[in-house]
Design a protein around this ligand. Sequence first.
Ligand code: NAD
Length: 342
Amino acid sequence: MTMKVAVFGTKPYDKKYFSQENKGFNHELVFLDVPLNSMTATLARGFKAVCVFVNDEVDKECLKRLSDCGVRAVALRCAGFNNVDLGAASSLGIVIVRVPEYSPHGVAEHAVALILALNRKIYRAYNRVREGNFLLEGLLGFNLNTKTIGVIGTGKIGSVFCHIMKGFGCSVLAYDPYPNENCAKNGIEYTDLKSLLKSSDIVSLHCPLTPETRYLIDEKAISCMKDGVMLINTSRGALIDTVAVIKNLKSGKIGYLGLDVYEEEGDLFFEDISDKILEDDVFARLLTFQNVLITGHQAFFTGDALTSIAKTTLQNLTDIEQGKQCANAISVNLIKTFSANK
Ligand code: NAD
């Protein structure tokens, strides 16, 4: 059984990995460049399902139009679903599925890449050497061995990150309301948030964005940190108050900042806007610091992750088509409705 699916916001790599994995599923995939929102939803007329990514706007109006077009399922090719109005989907009988886990190692390794590049100033060294400048001033780093790393959130990604940092010979402190048994067994020391912030040379964020964790790293939290601390965020932009972080970069309190996510990234990331005026003054200020390294939400971006995302998404669609209880459905009770209506 196969499904006719409109894949919105397709990038070349989506097309490549989905087409490759679809050989084992044979869904009818139609790749569209445009993102999904209430204006583009009518392009899905005649499709049973749409496939979307993190910045598609699957709000009430969009879902209503999808429903009018006959769409019965939305397959997210990502873990987060904050961009979907689940209540509206439920009342319209539209099933929402996602990919809860695809590459914890990929994201954890990217956090490590940010730490190493910032510490040893690889990006500065790369540019200098290309210009024939072999001076070492400004490139001084520190040994990671024996440093203390504070890990906030020890779920799938945070726990892998803890183990990697242990391998460097670091002491690893962790804070998580639900400690991970494997981490505790492997010498990761759980503590309260304030003690972690006080004792860590590097703080890395791996918890989800929720109303409770929004601006977890604010002025008050930063004031508890060591002078010259390195702050790494590969999780979600709004975990940190960027304006407070900029203030503390200026004073030197924060010595290094590595970001893969930014609270207003929706207007910037995943597109080439190099010909346009950068309107976001906060982001523009971040770019001026030599001790700030930003990547554009690429921590997940490995071939292994894209393969896993495609496979799981296509399996989710097969489960829906076959009327099975899809383990990755966000509104599981709707699967049967879909099956009956198709
Ligand atoms: P997960 O659900 O396995 O782990 C999250 C952990 O955070 C859990 O152990 C949870 O108990 C803990 N937590 C919840 N609230 C907390 C709090 N207030 N303080 C400390 N810990 C708290 O999730 P995961 O798969 O490890 O992913 C973590 C985050 O990484 C995701 O929420 C997502 O935002 C981000 N992510 C980023 C990328 C990327 O490309 N940059 C890719 C995937 C995931």
